[in-house]
Design a protein around this ligand. Structure first.
Ligand SMILES: Nc1ncnc2c1ncn2[C@@H]1O[C@H](COP(=O)(O)OP(=O)(O)OP(=O)(O)O)[C@@H](O)[C@H]1O
Length: 831
């Protein structure tokens, strides 16, 4: 099919493929293709990614990724500050690509090794370095990007990402044989810093998209907040969850929108209802208009269907726009103006002039066939009208033929059916009485359990004629609609905005639905460098499983105590508590309300998790090896703005070595401004609190019932867990023989007594203790910067804090001397 009839759409000439086949190593010969078994974040049927990457000697990385199903291209360039190339790995892994393209001469072999080992189950293709060409890349971007896109200015200085795009586009064109129409692709620049980075193991450990139990999407954070109704909204929500935002203004705008939606509830439900009409993937639909190398009649079949879908989108969008107009937020205004732009009204008008009014989207095979043939209005092309009249007559003949057959054979269950492969065919109940004479009339008979499927000579010949006529009609239809295809291509940038707007609206409606379905979710607030303060926080997934028995907990982590050591017996809820903090932080960074009664968070640049899950064990790797790899990754990449959640460390080695490693990791992490929560069974770690003022101990509370059984409270308390032989009590509850339990109890008592003598607690002097109190008092005062308290209530709060100190006057003097010099604002009496 010639899709280039419109003068405004010029196909780019395809270079002689042989030249490129020589240059690009054939994917089959140079790559190791294995079946992917991984379930990555983007691993759904609407996405198929190819990623291209390049580096330079200064360890800058350029990445370009194309989604072949939607024609979106993502460009990124960043400076790799991790020795293990973890940023590069995370970035590529986010796309979960089917294929990775590498220049045949990567300057860093370590990078090449990382790609080869981490993406061993993907197709890795080497490409001649000369295809990573910045100049060519710029030309291609200029030529292919939709018209009013700002991508050229965004990537002007990002020469590596342009080079990566150059190789990627040449590869898809010459090897994948996808020729894109001019100004048809949607380019996006994705800076590394604009998003909260989550590494793939955290995405998996926190069960954001897939659960750890069976790898499905059930009981995941996504399942809790996903009330989207369109494929675009669902994709946006999923990608937001694995790449939450770090821009405080954008997050606030989203939260404002959710709040506004909740205020105007009737309108909110109407929008939700309206969104239910956008059932097909508009991105995928538009990508069909970007390819200009579809020259068979197959594509014309498709285009008719695409126009029917597009017409429906354009008809429904203005209605959605009117509903959005009821809201004040500029985000809704922008969505509204994208959905009802004048150019789209003109396009709809043009489509309606050509496409019949009453054709609509259908999945039925015969319905689809009829719609394709009769989609173009009568009176536009004389030959087309004649061919269609012939088709109608022929179809009537087919029906008449069946009626005659029923009369002749007396088989009342005889039915006319249709499928794409056979065309029209017959079927009747296999219990029907049929004479031998009638039986001979039917040819190509196939019996199944209930029916006999067959045809007749006459029906077959009519089928051939119908097939020819349909081909002719579709060719004539194509000549009519090719002009329309050009018009759609020239408006792709507006149409992409429609898709993006619907996706954003759908995601916001989904966030609002979360709140209507869970009235106890609250709007989070943000500071750039304040504490993470969560009141009555809950784990969104666990609370669904536990219904009313879930126990909410508070969290307050700030610069003054940026490392929390959390202890508690087995099964007391430590891991759930850690995951709860992570989930609430992620939800808030997406712009969603959170399960708590109050939440104030600081903007976090990365969340690191070291959470042991049985499923996450690397094949044949020991527990210790996996732990050390994880923790090395954290230490190498953690920043002052990160949130680090470690659930036990040093389990796979001797007690002494394990606790020593855990101790020194804690010392390292507390020296940063990162917020760290460290769950451990090594009780000696709680002594760190005595040495360092910014380390605080917490524990998950349990009590012992009268009969010596453990009762879990799942509530977090200050201080460390007392060593009351909980592990032994649990073992007893689980059926360990009495003789073993008694012996274990005795050994435990002796060891603990020995330990107590050496404990730092015994040797800590009063001066150290007092100094620590002063430090913590001062830090709490400084943290008032983020407080909403003012006037008398602020003064009362400070008074209350002072009462808690042993020697009020002395402390006051020292605080003034040491901490508040120059900080007049805070000390001002009126405040
Ligand atoms: N806040 C809570 N409210 C109600 N039930 C909870 C809560 N937290 C945890 N639980 C229950 O306790 C179980 C154990 O929790 P979790 O795995 O967090 O314990 P843990 O202290 O990490 O155990 P271990 O030290 O053995 O790893 C959970 O599966 C859940 O059923």
């Amino acid at each position: 099919m010639d899709t280039e009839a419109s003068p405004s759409v010029t196909p780019r000439s395809t270079p002689k493929s042989s030249q490129y086949n020589l240059e690009f190593k054939s994917p089959q010969s140079s790559s190791k293709k294995k079946q992917s078994t991984e379930s990555g974040p983007h691993n759904d049927s609407s996405q198929t990614f190819i990623v291209s990457l390049i580096d330079n000697r200064a360890k800058d990385i350029g990445i370009a990724a194309i989604n072949l199903k939607s024609s979106d291209i993502y460009l990124t360039q960043f400076s790799e500050n991790s020795a293990t190339y973890s940023n590069t790995y995370n970035m590529i892994q986010l796309y979960n690509p089917d294929e990775v393209l590498l220049p045949n001469s990567l300057s860093e072999t370590k990078l090449s090794d990382m790609i080869q080992s981490k993406f061993a189950n993907k197709k890795i293709t080497n490409i001649a370095r000369k295809f990573y060409n910045e100049v060519k890349g710029s030309v291609l971007i200029k030529e292919l990007a939709v018209s009013d896109h700002t991508i050229e200015s965004e990537v002007a200085s990002k020469y590596l990402s342009i080079s990566a795009a150059s190789a990627l586009l040449q590869y898809t064109e010459h090897i994948q044989k996808m020729v894109f129409a001019k100004q048809s692709l949607k380019f996006h620049y994705k800076p590394l810093s604009g998003h909260l980075q989550l590494d793939p193991s955290s995405i998996s450990n926190l069960e954001l998209i897939y659960n750890l139990k069976d790898g499905s999407k059930k009981n995941t954070l996504l399942s809790i907040i996903n009330h989207t109704q369109t494929p675009m909204g669902s994709k946006l929500l999923q990608s937001t969850l694995i790449q939450p935002l770090t821009d405080i203004n954008t997050i606030t705008t989203r939260l404002d929108c959710v709040e506004e939606l909740l205020r105007e509830e009737n309108n909110f439900f109407n929008i939700s209802k309206e969104l239910g009409n956008f059932v097909f993937d508009i991105d995928h639909l538009l990508s069909q208009f970007t390819h200009c190398n579809q020259s068979s009649t197959r594509s014309s079949h498709g285009f008719v269907q695409h126009f029917i879908c597009l017409k429906r989108v354009l008809q429904q969008s203005p209605q959605l726009a009117i509903l959005c107009d009821a809201y004040e937020n500029p985000m809704f205004k922008a969505v509204s103006s994208n959905l009802k732009s004048d150019s789209l009204t003109i396009l709809l008008d043009q489509i309606e002039q050509v496409i019949e009014e009453d054709v609509s989207y259908t999945r039925n095979t015969l319905g689809m066939q009829i719609q394709k043939c009769f989609a173009v209005k009568t009176g536009i092309n004389g030959l087309l009208d004649v061919a269609r009249r012939q088709l109608m007559e022929l179809t009537q003949e087919v029906h008449e033929h069946v009626r005659q057959l029923i009369d002749q054979t007396g088989i009342t269950s005889l039915k006319l059916q249709y499928n794409t492969r056979r065309g029209y065919y017959l079927s009747y109940d296999n219990r029907a009485n049929i004479s031998p004479q009638s039986d001979a009339t039917f040819i190509q008979q196939l019996r199944n359990k209930k029916r006999v499927v067959c045809s007749t000579e006459d029906l077959n010949s009519k089928n051939f004629r119908i097939k020819d006529l349909v081909e002719e009609i579709l060719l004539l239809t194509e000549s009519v609609i090719s002009d329309l295809i050009g018009k759609v291509r020239s408006l792709l940038s507006s149409l992409y905005k429609v898709s993006e707007s619907i996706a954003m609206l759908d995601m916001l409606i989904s966030f609002a639905s979360v709140v209507t379905l869970n009235s106890d979710y609250v709007r989070p607030s943000f500071t750039l460098d304040g504490p993470i303060a969560i009141k009555q926080g809950r784990h969104p997934i666990m609370e669904k499983c536990k219904l009313n028995s879930y126990i909410a907990n508070d969290v307050y982590i700030s610069e003054s105590s940026n490392l929390h050591i959390i202890t508690g017996p087995n099964m007391s809820g430590k891991s759930v508590f850690l995951r709860q903090v992570a989930c609430i932080t992620i939800l808030a960074h997406c712009g969603c309300f959170v399960p708590a009664t109050f939440a104030s968070l600081r903007i976090v640049d990365r969340i690191f998790t070291r959470i042991s899950t049985d499923d996450s064990m690397e094949s044949n790797a020991s527990t210790f090896l996996v732990e050390m790899k994880d923790v090395a990754h954290i230490v190498q990449n953690v920043t002052n703005k990160s949130l680090v959640l470690i659930d036990e460390l040093g389990r796979g080695t001797s007690n002494v070595e394990g606790s020593s490693i855990a101790w020194s990791i804690c010392e390292y992490l507390m020296s940063l401004k990162a917020y760290t929560m460290f769950v451990t069974h090594y009780m000696q770690l709680s002594e760190l609190e005595l040495l360092y003022p910014n380390i605080k101990n917490f524990h998950l509370m349990v009590t012992t019932t009268g009969d010596g059984r453990l009762s879990y409270l799942y509530s977090i308390g200050e201080g460390s867990c007392n060593q009351d032989g909980y592990g032994i009590k649990l073992a007893k509850m689980l059926g360990l023989p009495k003789v073993i339990v008694t012996e274990a109890d005795e050994i435990c008592r002796v060891v603990l007594e020995e330990k107590k003598k050496k404990s730092l607690l015994m040797h800590q002097d009063d001066a150290t203790r007092e100094l620590k109190n002063v430090y913590q008092f001062a830090q709490r005062i400084l943290a008032l910067r983020y407080s909403t308290l003012s006037g008398a209530s602020l003064k009362n709060y400070v008074e209350g804090m002072k009462q808690q100190l042993p020697d009020k006057n002395e402390i006051e003097d020292r605080v003034e001397e040491e901490v508040f010099v120059g900080d007049d604002e805070l000390l001002h009496d009126d405040d």
